[in-house]
Design a protein around this ligand. Structure first.
Ligand code: NAP
Length: 472
């Protein structure tokens, strides 16, 4: 596929192969953008912003609604693209395509709800003759940088609100999964978005990323990805707004009064969704001592039934990791933990990019798989005796995106909901739950700012004050 710069679909001298990680087959080739392409994208986005800011709210609403309809009509094609270029099974990919339609629809609706306020100027002496209000104006050019694990819906989470707000966007999708993003751009253009309002630049993030990030014409960097790239971006960005949606190693507390089968099902799905490559994937499960053995045994029994392999098959539960290198990393972390005294209860083996769903217990606190985001199909089980102890252990690491608690005692569940340091607590479901319209984001090293369309619209706009001195 081609990239979209200056209102045209263009190629480049150098190209990058897009490979299916399951069988290493070539799916497509994409252009490898140069620094000049990045500059062209910014110039075009500047012109695009002048067009975008003048689109009426109804025009933005209509473009977003039509784009949602386009994706809905071509849902299976989008799902196959997601599944082929990434890690998701076809069943998981269909869910993502559905969520993308919803994200675009909600963006259309929220375009109409971007409101301001009147200000009571007579609330302080000297303001009696003034009246005024603020409205929200678009921020300008938004640079959207996206990861590989939700290659369609996380792109929609940036393009939808940015366009609803009247901004122009430069999108830099993940190099391993650019095709879903390029197809979404086609959908926007086919739905009437003026072409220069959107640029999609494909190429190496560490090469063209800093060129774009540091440019003063860009007013906001909306980044979703890993901590290391996020930190680099904050160092380079200069004075501009930054949104950071980063990773985590989500904790789940399972109390002694729950339906164990239900908690197991929910946590297994949360741990191995998208082969564990999920920013809110379940990584650390703190289980009450009284039900520990039952939970562990049922968890293993459920995990070993997982059908892994060919993600295009309807009955496949889990596909490969995004690259063999990533699967090797997870295998290494598992081996390191076992070397330090952990028990590998099931899984632990790797074939190419496929890492078996792996369950560990007795994981020491100095093991990498305890301390860092695993971002792969491995989960750690721990025993706890008290809710305070569980909360303290859940909070002990420098991440804080989602946490979860399974508990039927309302007082203890609320204690956890208030005590867990993170952006969102899920009660009686795993950390892997997100409604696309809820505020979503992390604290500590998990991020800065919030997404979830209405909340992204606030981040991607600025209040503009109008104050009138009434001359009577
Ligand atoms: P990544 O390696 O950080 O890459 C993310 C994006 O950043 C890619 O488009 C990448 O381009 C680009 N990039 C890399 N270095 C850059 C730089 N110096 N300047 C500008 N851009 C740069 O992350 P990933 O492996 O794709 O995704 C996994 C991570 O994303 C995990 O940590 C996961 O938790 C996190 N995540 C967070 C959320 C959330 O909403 N909080 C959602 C999903 C994923 P290239 O592809 O060309 O390298």
């Amino acid at each position: 596929m081609k990239m979209l710069i200056g209102g045209k679909w263009i190629t480049a001298n150098e190209t990058i192969n897009v490979i299916d990680p399951f069988d290493n087959s070539l799916i497509d080739v994409i252009p490898k953008a140069t620094e000049k392409d990045a500059m062209d994208a910014i110039e075009s986005a500047k012109r695009g912003f002048e067009i975008a800011r003048k689109l009426t709210v109804f025009e933005r609403y209509s473009i977003l609604q039509k784009t949602a309809e386009y994706v809905e009509k071509n849902k299976e094609d989008f799902a196959v693209t997601i599944a082929r270029e990434g890690s998701k099974t076809i069943k998981e990919a269909r869910k993502e395509a559905n969520r993308c339609v919803n994200t675009l629809r909600v963006s259309a609706e929220e375009a109409k709800r971007l409101l301001g306020e009147t200000i009571p100027f007579d609330s302080f002496p000297g303001g009696e003759s003034k009246l005024g209000y603020f409205y929200r104006q678009p921020i300008g050019i938004v640079l959207a940088i996206t990861p590989f694990n939700d290659p369609l819906n996380l792109v929609a989470h940036k393009l939808g609100p940015a366009i609803a707000a009247g901004n122009s966007v430069i999108l830099k999708p993940a190099t391993v999964t650019p095709l879903s993003a390029l197809k979404l751009a086609e959908a926007f253009i086919a739905s009437g978005l003026p072409a220069e309002c959107l640029q999609v630049i494909t190429g190496n993030g560490s090469e063209i990323g800093p060129v774009l990030v540091r440019d003063e014409r860009i007013r906001m960097v909306s980044f979703t990805g890993g901590y290391d790239a996020g930190k680099e971006i904050t160092k380079t960005a200069g004075i501009k707004k930054i949104g950071m949606e980063l990773g985590s190693n989500s904790p789940v507390i399972v109390w002694n009064d729950v339906d164990v089968d239900y908690a197991v099902d929910s946590c297994v799905s949360g741990a191995f969704w998208a082969a564990g490559q999920n920013c809110i994937g379940v990584q650390r499960i703190y289980i009450h001592k009284k039900i520990y053995n039952e939970f562990r045994d049922k968890f293993i029994a459920r995990t070993v039934k997982y059908k892994i392999g060919n993600k295009m098959q309807e009955d496949c539960d889990m596909g490969p990791m995004i690259t063999e290198k990533e699967a090797e990393r997870v295998e290494k972390w598992v081996k390191e933990a076992v070397g330090l005294g952990a028990n590998c209860l099931c899984g632990g083996k790797r074939k190419g990019a496929i890492m078996e769903p792996t369950v560990l217990d007795n994981v020491p606190e100095n093991a990498t798989i305890h301390k860092e985001e695993v971002f792969g199909p491995a989960v750690n089980l721990y025993q706890i005796e008290g809710m305070d102890e569980a909360i303290e252990k859940a909070n002990s690491l420098p991440f804080g995106l989602h946490a979860a608690v399974f508990c039927n005692n309302i007082n203890l569940a609320m204690k956890a909901a208030y005590g867990l340091d993170c952006g969102g607590v899920i009660v009686n479901d795993s950390t892997d739950y997100r409604l696309d319209s809820m505020p979503f984001g992390g604290i500590k090293n998990s991020g800065l700012g919030r997404e979830g369309i209405k909340f992204s619209l606030q981040e991607m706009t600025e209040p503009k004050m109008v104050c009138i001195n009434v001359m009577n």
